[in-house]
Design a protein around this ligand. Structure first.
Ligand code: F6P
Length: 324
């Protein structure tokens, strides 16, 4: 292998720049060429490439977002799109591809590898932490800290006014952000996609809160929670039963995806970036570089995409105990 290309795709995540940097620097360390691809798979189809060297990634480790930019390419989902991408890589003399992103990114990478036999390695980066086979994805820790900081601020105003706040956090299919930030910020109830009956539990816990004399409450709701109600409908539902509550809704939205990455995410991104280049120079392909018990691990892309992640029951138990 002489020339490794790198791209970021899907929803951005803080720490993607640190991962690109680690890939570029590892290539430089091992005397390999590195090709940066702008705008994810769309840039791959359009040939939006640039050679990167060790100095191209100065001053990026601390920056949120991704300087290579990101897209969710519709065209890459077509056979014609992927064929164009393959031709561009051949023309540029690229021998292997590192894709940084979440499940959509890995699905595209896997298909590309299966169709053209082109070596692909994935680096998990999404604030959702919803990839199988890695304890953490890049961006998750930063997002958690952002959410906890935001909820702390909301708590100040909630308690000044004796208000009940419903706070929506990201997580279409995974409750990791909601559950962990909910515990970290001391929420009364947490609604997550992995559990049914969240609304009933929320109503029970509000009843208990009322009896125990709580004057304000924080409820964290993951965007993918199961009831099918929007957060505003949930607020109405509570308001119908408890007229005495002064309820407000706060949707944190994309603020969760931005910001300077935490030290944890920078270190994780650096380990995974170096790991990805070393896996390719060792002749590996079709894998994700993850982390398990602090160690870098190789997981097949197929396994990374499988739905095998389980809810951490201990966390739910702790949340229930600490919110009495
Ligand atoms: O995949 C990460 C994520 O942040 C999800 O939690 C959220 O549902 C989604 O991206 C929103 O992404 P966008 O607004 O970019 O479509």
């Amino acid at each position: 292998i002489n020339n490794i290309a790198v791209l970021t795709s899907g929803g951005d995540a803080p720490g993607m720049n640190a991962a690109i940097r680690a890939v570029v620097r590892a290539c430089s360390y091992y005397n390999l060429d590195c090709t940066g691809i702008y705008r994810g798979y769309q840039g791959l189809i359009e040939g939006d490439f640039e050679k990167l060297d060790a100095r191209s990634v100065r001053n990026v480790i601390n920056k949120g977002g991704t300087f290579l930019k990101s897209t969710r390419s519709i065209e890459f989902k077509t056979k014609e799109g992927r064929a164009k991408a393959y031709e561009n890589l051949k023309k540029a003399g690229v021998d292997a591809l590192i894709v940084i992103g979440g499940d959509g990114t890995f699905t595209g990478g896997l298909l590309f590898n299966q169709e053209f036999g082109f070596p692909v390695v994935g680096i998990p980066a999404t604030i959702d932490n919803d990839i199988n086979g890695t304890d953490y994805t890049i961006g998750y820790d930063t997002a958690l800290n952002t959410v906890v900081e935001a909820i702390d601020k909301i708590r100040d105003t909630a308690s000044s006014h004796n208000r009940l706040f419903l706070i929506e956090v990201m997580g279409r299919d995974a409750g990791d952000i909601a559950l962990n930030s909910g515990i970290g910020a001391g929420a009364e109830e947490i609604l997550i996609p992995e559990e049914d009956g969240g609304v009933e539990l929320m109503m029970e816990s509000l009843e208990k809160s009322k009896k125990s004399g709580k004057t304000s409450s924080i409820i964290v709701v993951a965007e993918g929670e199961k009831s099918g109600k929007t957060i505003f409908e949930l607020a109405e539902h509570i308001g119908e039963k408890y007229e005495e509550y002064d309820i407000r809704v706060s949707v944190l939205g994309h603020i969760q995806r931005g910001g300077s990455p935490s030290c944890f995410d920078r270190v994780l991104a650096s380990k995974l970036g170096v790991g990805a280049v070393e896996a390719l120079t060792d002749g590996k392909s079709n894998i994700m570089i993850g982390v398990h018990h602090q160690k870098v691990v190789h997981v097949s892309l197929e396994k990374a995409l499988k739905e095998g992640r389980k809810l951490d029951k201990e966390l739910r138990r702790v949340a229930n105990i600490t919110s009495v």
